[in-house]
Design a protein around this ligand. Structure first.
Ligand code: DP6
Length: 332
């Protein structure tokens, strides 16, 4: 295919891992130490438009209507696409993150997944989902999973060609909801990239993490196929806490918890003590993601709204995989 003479637009949704990716076996190629498993969310997504053009003298990145000065990470990623397509034109990249309010939740998963789809097509490549997942992975590991909707597993593989995500269940049978509780809008101090590197290098528990994560993953896959919500929730919560134990046991130690994080975690436990089946997971930041069933989601949200702003409590269902659009929606 020749390069596109029009901007190519793609939409990708973000995902939340129930079994976490936390550590690389190969940093340059972004090959993970373990398989991970996520759910793609319907409420958080990125729209990205890309056009390569002979008239540009450098890559241009516009994020949420603002021109970004340092686009090194994007240029490095586009270099992979240019190399593969055999072109040397620069590109104009325009990206809009659709997250409720300005939540500081911009996600590298939806960003690189949308960029992989839009840039490869704009460069004239016609990649299948497997190759899109491999490409997205080079931007950010978790982006490999946002190519697909519903439940997704990233198979760690051993090299660039066999490390990619696959669909586990595109339309989940389980009536699952993930409630994102946004507690802090400021930028995180230790990125996931830096945090996982430090954990691999210094936590004495890293080997135990790898072993138990492999069995946690099997249990979650089992829970998905048997529609066993409690098993899924228990294993996801325990897996997230094991990931955070790696940060506490690294040197220099670090933690993503804030005082409000602990309050929400305790709240989840008290819901549970009162007979509501819900669990939690957390990524590399202070926000808590509550894992529950649709029937309990509104009760949980309104209960939390007594002490937190309800704008900061977002209920999401399973979202779809990456797709191409004709027009970019302009509201933020
Ligand atoms: C805690 O995918 O952001 O969200 O590959 O270095 O870009 P890089 O890391 P990234 O890490 C995500 C870490 C996590 C867990 C997960 O999504 O599996």
């Amino acid at each position: 295919m020749p390069i596109s003479h029009y901007p190519v637009i793609a939409r990708a949704h973000t995902n939340i891992a129930l079994i976490k990716y936390w550590g690389k076996a190969n940093e340059k190629l972004i090959i993970p130490e373990n398989n991970s498993l996520s759910m793609t969310l319907d409420n958080f997504y990125t729209d990205t438009s890309v056009q390569f053009s002979q008239s540009l003298t450098h890559d241009e990145l516009i994020l949420n209507h603002q021109l970004i000065d340092d686009s090194t990470r994007i240029t490095k990623f586009l270099d992979l696409v240019r190399k593969r397509a055999g072109i040397n034109f620069y590109a104009k990249v325009e990206s809009i993150n659709h997250v409720p309010t300005s939540a500081g939740m911009a996600s590298s998963a939806s960003a690189f997944s949308a960029l992989a789809a839009a840039s490869s097509k704009a460069a004239g490549l016609n990649l299948n989902f497997k190759d899109l997942s491999r490409l997205a992975r080079r931007g950010s590991g978790s982006a490999s999973r946002s190519i697909y909707g519903g439940f997704v597993e990233w198979k760690k593989g051993t090299n660039d060609s066999n490390s990619y995500a696959v669909s586990i269940q595109e339309h989940p049978i389980m009536d699952i909801r993930l409630i994102t509780v946004i507690l802090n809008r400021s930028h995180k101090r230790i990125s996931s990239r830096e945090g996982m590197k430090r954990s691999v290098q210094t936590s004495p528990y890293y080997d135990a993490w790898k072993k138990t994560t492999a069995s946690d993953l099997q249990k979650v896959k089992n829970a998905i196929s048997k529609n066993n919500f409690n098993q899924l929730g228990q294993v996801a919560e325990s897996n997230a806490m094991k990931m955070h134990a790696l940060t506490l046991s690294a040197w220099p130690d670090f933690m993503y918890f804030k005082p409000d994080t602990i309050k929400v975690i305790n709240k989840v436990k008290s819901f549970r003590d009162n007979g509501i089946n819900c669990y939690f997971t957390m990524d590399a930041g202070p926000n808590v993601i509550i894992v529950c069933l649709k029937k309990d989601s509104q009760f949980i949200k309104s209960n939390l709204s007594k002490t937190l702003k309800s704008d900061n409590i977002v209920v999401s269902g399973p979202g779809e995989g990456v797709k191409f659009l004709h027009k970019i929606k302009s509201e933020g």
